[in-house]
Design a binder for this molecule. Structure first.
Ligand SMILES: NC(=O)c1ccc[n+]([C@@H]2O[C@H](COP(=O)([O-])OP(=O)(O)OC[C@H]3O[C@@H](n4cnc5c(N)ncnc54)[C@H](O)[C@@H]3O)[C@@H](O)[C@H]2O)c1
Length: 359
């Protein structure tokens, strides 16, 4: 990309959820592209180490800590940043936590997005908005077919339902307030798979659970070993989000203001148990995988596949890492971290090696 064609150079960009896993990686990547990145999120939680370990803070043009459940906070953050592009990642992202606090999941995941879009309506600088939803927005029929963007939304557990409800709200607000003659921003939503990568230390996620257990020399216990998930490295969907935003900024951007799937290649949709076994093999001696037979786990979908044909044809995006590459990058990040290396440069090195081949 030539410097003059780089839409990110000097552009103000707001990333909500920048203190989290995906938001942290995205903020670093956007700043590498030349953007002035503004953040809005809560303080990182005790297990959200990526923000500090990868030194995201110094790369930001501004760093606001606030709650997206508060409309005033969101309006103030968006109006102060005056962004050209907004990526909305702030969310309660865990299925199990949504069983413990369903009200919180709906409040953050639905009203956070509604507040964000309301704030955009009041901010003329915004040209493109990418709302990060989830692969779990679809009404899960436990069928073999991958879900397409036009499949019915649903969600049996509160997290999935909150993300599906977020999508319905976004579609309504887009149709109501961002059509011809309205606010010119193009508003899209994105649905990615289960991301893995260095720096995710969240509880109740497979890779961090494996890393913690293996490091302690304990077996990792799997709740749903046969559940099939679309695994992908975090940089894969983030490249899709960035490409989508570039298309939204383009002369035919309105055409792209819709929902998009960004899933892995079908061969990388693997059962939880198989992925854990591959991680254990990569880790080496001492890593063990066991089934958690307590039988008292709340429901989670068994089979989930994503069809990314639209992203391939409409954006020219397709996965470029297979599962083996994604696991190798993840393990190498965690090994470097355990060895006390400078994780800002390790992380930026992974971004630049991956982005070297960016379309
Ligand atoms: N990680 C995955 O596998 C995955 C898969 C599909 C979709 N997603 C979606 O991607 C997005 C980012 O997920 P992640 O894995 O980086 O999660 P994360 O938990 O690492 O980060 C969540 C971010 O949201 C912020 N946040 C949470 N509640 C907030 C509130 N009330 N006000 C302001 N900020 C708040 C946190 O401070 C943090 O910055 C989420 O929307 C999630 O649903 C993640």
């Amino acid at each position: 990309m030539s410097a003059s064609a780089n839409p990110w150079s000097g552009a103000d960009v707001l990333v909500t959820g920048h203190t989290g896993f995906k938001g942290g990686w995205l903020s670093l990547w956007l700043s590498e592209l030349g953007a002035r990145v503004h953040g809005l999120a809560l303080d990182p939680t005790a297990d959200a180490l990526f923000f500090d370990v990868a030194d995201v803070g110094p790369r930001l043009a501004s760093d606001r800590r606030g709650d997206v459940r508060d409309l005033g906070v969101v309006v103030d953050a968006v109006q102060s940043a005056r962004p050209k592009v907004v990526f909305h990642l702030a969310a309660q992202p865990l299925v199990r936590e949504s069983y413990q606090d369903p009200v919180g999941a709906f409040a953050v995941n639905v009203m956070g997005a509604v507040h964000l879009i309301e704030a955009v309506r009041r901010t003329p600088s915004v040209e493109a908005v990418v709302i990060v939803a989830s692969d779990k927005v679809y009404e899960n029929r436990e069928w073999e077919h991958p879900y397409r963007e036009t499949d019915r939304l649903g969600g049996r557990d509160p997290y999935s339902a909150s993300k599906g409800a977020c999508e319905i709200a976004v579609a309504s607000l887009r149709a109501s307030f961002f059509g011809p003659g309205d606010h010119p921003a193009r508003v899209a939503s994105v649905r990615a798979g289960n991301v893995i990568g260095g720096g995710d230390f969240s509880a109740d996620r497979l890779v961090p659970d494996c890393m913690r257990a293996f490091a302690r020399g304990e077996p990792v216990r799997l709740r749903f070993p046969n559940a099939v998930r679309p695994w992908q490295h975090v940089l894969e969907p983030l490249r899709g989000y960035i490409m989508l935003a570039e298309h939204l900024l383009g002369s035919d951007g309105a055409r792209h203001a819709r929902a998009w799937n960004f899933g892995p290649a079908p061969a990388d949709e693997a059962p939880v148990g198989a992925l854990a076994e591959r991680l254990a093999a990569l880790w080496g001696p001492g890593a063990k995988v066991e089934m958690d037979a307590s039988g008292s786990h709340p429901h989670e979908a068994g089979l989930l596949r994503l069809d990314s044909t639209l992203a391939r044809l409409g954006l020219g995006w397709e996965p470029r890492l297979d599962l083996a590459d994604a696991l190798a990058l993840t393990i190498s990040w965690h090994r470097a971290h355990a060895a006390g290396q400078d994780m800002a440069s390790v992380t930026l090195g992974q971004i630049s090696a991956y982005a070297g081949g960016r379309e």
